[in-house]
Write a protein of this length. Structure first.
Lengths: 418, 143
């Protein structure tokens, strides 16, 4: 019992921020003469030294093509590549590792579903439901598919606070709905959507459900079996991992039934000029040599997250978000965009009488990195009647002191026109 | 009216005083934009937008007594400040002078470092558009 209590204490204790920051070499630099405060984590997070080391180690020791080589290096690389798949299975609690497919990123994962599941399953007159707060990556593939197949795209509206209108969603759902594709956490507003409820509602109508988890995978506990989602898509580079690696989780029965995505090596069982038979999942969807080094290094990023624990990470990020919101709200001319009750660590805002580009440039002059513009969510910006916002998005390595600097700089900038 | 050479020298001197401090430099550029004469709302048309800029920039021109005059506006303050510098150097001059102008002050004041590569492309687009207007006037004069 004593041991258990100790472990719980350990899990509960505050994260050692100084120790975490030391793992990220990129954070230790000056930008425009000021210490860097990196608040563009929703675009991409920085990488801990264990990820950088894993990349280096792979190229220095194990570099080899995977799955077919008859030599030691090939089997070492294959083993490590498949180890990441297994880690991901646990990370999202997938029933099996074969249901975890490697892609180039969330965009690629969504396009895979649109090109395979979509083409086979979505016919003329059918309906696909998305929401107003989707990233362009979860709009355009469905628009293209609907146009090609004469299907219809239906849109769930968003409230003034940046939450989905669930009543409207229920009304949009019908026997014609084939697929619902909705973002788990909004990249532009931070809103966490009640996807579990939405998935259950979709299933009642016989529709399948894709969750865009690009902004949730690093911040929230994800259990695909508990959610009962049919597809879950996310990217490594937004969760302390390398760029160029994405994941698509899909339910086995769907993946087996879906046609392949791209043709080429790896995805085949046997090729003759008369007929080609396809490989089993997941390889059926992984044509060509994959991004081996980055997939292997991704495992180190998952270990980084698991070591800290998602609850502790979320706790720290919520503290940062609340502090940022409370202090910046006092600035004259500061207008928050997206005030949902349940949010990941995204502070999106405008400053009265100022363009977001100008605010971003001035913050950069103070060493503070933010994103400005429409964040690839133009329909959402139109919904709020704005061209864009300034977005500060926080990760586990950000500090209260950095947020105080954001507040001080913003107060000075806003004063110019307010 | 001081020569293009003299105006460029003035600008270089002004930016030298600001030194390496990026924040004061950007604030200064924005203040320059604030001082631009008002741009008529009716002229903010698709036709008057300069292509190739990240932010919106409207530019109009007219020829009075053989001199080319420019009027501009932007939806972002920094861009407005940048184009105000170009106007300060080029507006109210003969078309030929504009065409021949070597705008070395941009490099001298380290504009590339201040605004970054994406905005530098936008600045190049503004200069190109101003020179195109001058070229059109010059060909009229030559004809």
């Amino acid at each position: 019992m004593q041991d258990l209590a100790d472990i719980t204490d350990q899990k509960r204790k505050e994260l050692d921020l100084a120790q975490i920051r030391r793992k990220f070499p990129v954070l230790d630099q000056k930008v425009n003469g000021k210490p860097l405060a990196y608040f563009d984590n929703a675009a991409t997070t920085q990488k801990p030294d264990q990820v950088i080391e894993a990349l280096k180690h792979y190229y220095e020791n194990d570099n080899s093509n995977i799955h077919r080589g008859a030599h030691t290096l090939a089997s070492r690389a294959t083993e490590r590549f498949e180890k990441t798949r297994n880690s991901l299975k646990s990370f999202i609690n997938a029933p099996s590792a074969e249901e975890v497919i490697f892609t180039k990123g969330t965009t690629d994962s969504i396009n895979l579903v649109a090109s395979t599941f979509g083409k086979k399953f979505i016919k003329a007159g059918d309906e696909v439901i998305i929401s107003t707060m989707e990233h362009h990556s979860n709009i355009v593939p469905w628009q293209m598919l609907c146009e090609e197949n004469d299907a219809h795209l239906k849109i769930i509206p968003v409230s003034d606070s940046g939450e989905l209108d669930l009543q409207a969603y229920k009304q949009l759902l019908s026997a014609k709905t084939r697929l619902v594709a909705v973002v788990h956490a909004s990249n532009a507003l931070g809103t966490i959507n009640p996807v579990k409820t939405m998935i259950d509602l979709a299933h009642e109508q016989g529709a399948k459900f894709l969750v865009d988890g690009a902004q949730s995978a690093a911040h929230l506990n994800v259990d695909v079996q508990e959610l009962d989602c049919d597809f879950f898509a996310f990217s490594a580079h937004k969760m302390y991992g390398p760029t160029g690696v994405g994941v698509l989780y899909g339910k086995r029965e769907l993946l087996e039934w879906m046609p392949p995505y791209q043709g080429g090596g790896e995805m085949i069982h046997e090729v003759t000029f008369a007929k080609t038979t396809y490989n089993e999942i997941p390889y059926k969807f992984e044509a060509g040599t994959p991004n081996i080094a980055d997939v292997i290094a991704f495992d180190a990023a998952l270990a980084f997250i698991n070591d800290l624990g998602k609850d502790a990470i979320r706790n720290q990020e919520t503290k940062l978000l609340n502090h940022a919101f409370d202090s910046c709200a006092a600035i004259k001319g500061f207008v928050p965009v997206g005030t949902a009750r349940d949010k990941v660590s995204v502070l999106s805002f405008t400053i009265n009488n100022m363009h977001s580009f100008d605010v971003g440039m001035m913050l950069d002059a103070s060493g503070i990195a933010v994103r400005t513009g429409h964040h690839c969510t133009q329909p959402l910006m139109n919904r709020f009647g704005i061209e864009g916002t300034v977005r500060a998005s926080f990760a586990v390595y950000n500090t209260i002191e950095e947020i105080d600097r954001l507040y001080e700089s913003l107060a000075r900038i806003a004063k110019r026109k307010n | 009216m001081p020569s293009i050479e003299a105006v460029q020298k003035d600008i270089i001197d002004e930016f030298e005083i600001l030194g390496d401090d990026k924040e004061s430099t950007i604030f200064y550029i924005m203040e320059l934009g604030d001082k631009l004469p008002a741009f008529p709302e009716a002229e903010k048309t698709e036709e008057n937008i300069i292509k190739g800029c990240q932010s919106k920039v409207w530019l109009t021109t007219d020829l009075r007594d053989g001199q080319v005059y420019f009027l501009a506006d932007s939806n972002t303050d920094i861009t407005k400040g940048l184009i105000s510098l170009l106007i300060r150097v080029l507006s109210g001059r003969k078309a030929k002078e504009i065409l021949d102008a070597d705008l070395y002050f941009i490099e001298k004041i380290g504009m590339g470092n201040i605004i970054g590569s994406q905005r530098s492309n936008g600045l190049a687009a503004m200069i190109k558009q101003m020179k195109l207007f001058a070229l059109a006037y010059q060909s009229k004069i030559d004809a």
